[in-house]
Design a protein around this ligand. Structure first.
Ligand code: PMT
Length: 403
């Protein structure tokens, strides 16, 4: 499988005078290894002709949603799926308002709703429009959904005003959007747990949970794609074997504990995605339990906390935990981050209508000592790629900071 380091960029061009800068932006993105497909709003075509972008990007430019010829090629849904990132530059006040409201009245805003790729916006507008409470409110909404806001810069504007609202320079934007070069985790050894555990009651029954392994397997592949050597310790799942260096299959929490602890000295990063049973039956029976009695009392004993034990090692690997919560998600996750001594925790809401266990999609709140980031609801594959990039960022920062 080809590596995809956020290199497929759909560049949405809004209708502002800065649209001319996006021609250079297209070139700069290509220089940095991105494949670029340009989508223009009707207003943008009043500033720059689509042919200019076609010549620079090397691909036909899309300007309308209902274009049978273009849809016969790469349809808008295909384009939405193709993108690793949707970058809108310039993002005008009107475009941001439509995006915040979830309006899909042209090709670009429809793509923004249809894609699971992360959204980056380079706002460009008159300084009074930028400062207007309506624009600032829309900005807050877009930020809270995970949009990356690039700029704007301050200075003289085309209209003669001075203040915030200038689009960042193409070089600055391209340097932020560029795919990570090479393999940032080359040489790093990752130990990752995934899936559920099964705690036997007797030879035919067990206590288990709803984890399918999807989140953990997707993350194992995303970290492999960034160059890491990933050893996956997985509980029972119905998933095909992922692209990892080694997969160790276990069933119980005690087996997972043994498999992890025997390898913990040889890992640089430990990622605990597994839903490990906190308790196991104290005395699993050798024969099938008979239903003779009207009531049955089970005695459970605590399982070891694998994540806490690995984080307590000296020196500890870079440790990433997950927190699956049904309520007070962030509060409980922060408590786990501190109590277990983790570098990073990915909190998710479980038991709701979307995301969490078993589903193909999920949303995460990433929390570390002095920061946090929201990754809104999207497919687990895309979500895992973004989490993997943040793990790289935090891991490299920890190694750059003298202790
Ligand atoms: O597998 P999927 O269907 O795709 O679902 C994904 C998921 C919901 C399972 C995943 O996103 C997730 O949240 N995994 C962690 C589930 C969990 O057990 O959370 P917890 O809050 O109970 O545990 C906190 C952390 O400690 C976790 O990193 C867990 O792996 C770890 N732990 C817990 C208990 C234990 N005995 N040992 C551990 O290592």
């Amino acid at each position: 499988m080809a590596r995809r380091n956020s290199s497929r960029v759909v560049l949405g061009v809004g209708g502002g005078i800065s649209a001319y800068k996006s021609v250079d932006l297209t070139r700069r993105l290509k220089e940095r290894g991105c494949e670029v497909r340009v989508v223009m709003t009707q207003a943008a075509t009043a500033f720059v002709g689509p042919l200019t972008f076609q010549a620079v990007s090397g691909h036909p430019v899309r300007t309308t949603l209902l274009d049978p010829a273009a849809e016969a090629g790469m349809g808008h849904i295909e384009l939405a799926r193709w993108a690793d990132r949707l970058l809108i530059a310039p993002a005008t006040a009107d475009l941001m308002a439509r995006l915040a409201a979830g309006i899909a009245d042209d090709l670009l805003t429809t793509l923004a709703l249809a894609t699971e790729a992360p959204l980056s916006l380079a706002p460009a507008m008159n300084q009074a429009m930028w400062r207007h409470p309506a624009t600032q409110r829309n900005l807050d909404i877009l930020r809270s959904r995970g949009a990356q806001i690039l700029g704007p810069a301050e200075g003289g504007q085309a209209c003669g005003d001075v203040g915030p609202g200038r689009m960042l320079e193409p070089l600055e934007i391209a340097d932020i959007i560029r795919p990570p070069t090479g393999a940032p985790l080359a040489g790093a050894r990752v130990l990752l747990t995934a899936g559920p555990t099964r705690e036997p009651l007797d030879p035919v029954r067990f206590l288990g949970n709803r984890s399918s392994g999807k989140m953990g397997f997707a993350l194992a592949e995303a970290l492999t794609d960034l160059g890491a050597r990933v050893v996956l310790v997985s509980g029972p799942t119905a998933l095909p074997a992922p692209r990892v260096a080694e997969q160790v299959c276990v069933e119980t929490a005690l087996e997972m504990h043994a498999a992890v602890l025997s390898r913990a000295a040889d890992c640089d990063l430990f990622v605990a995605t597994a839903a490990v049973a906190d308790y196991r039956p104290a005395e699993p029976l050798g024969q099938k339990i008979k239903k003779d009695a009207g009531e049955l009392t089970l005695r459970l004993v605590r399982n070891p906390d694998i994540l806490a034990e690995v984080a307590a090692r000296r020196p500890p690997p870079f440790t990433v935990g997950f927190a699956a919560e049904t309520d007070r998600v962030e509060e409980y996750a922060r408590d786990k981050l501190v109590r277990k001594g983790l570098d990073l925790i990915a909190a998710n809401h479980v038991g709701g209508a979307r995301g969490g266990f078993e589903r193909d999609e999920n949303a995460l709140t990433l929390i570390w000592k002095d920061g946090s980031r929201e990754l809104p609801m999207r497919g687990k594959t895309q979500l895992a790629r973004e989490l993997a990039l943040l793990i790289v960022e935090r891991y490299l920062e920890r190694h750059a900071t003298p202790t």
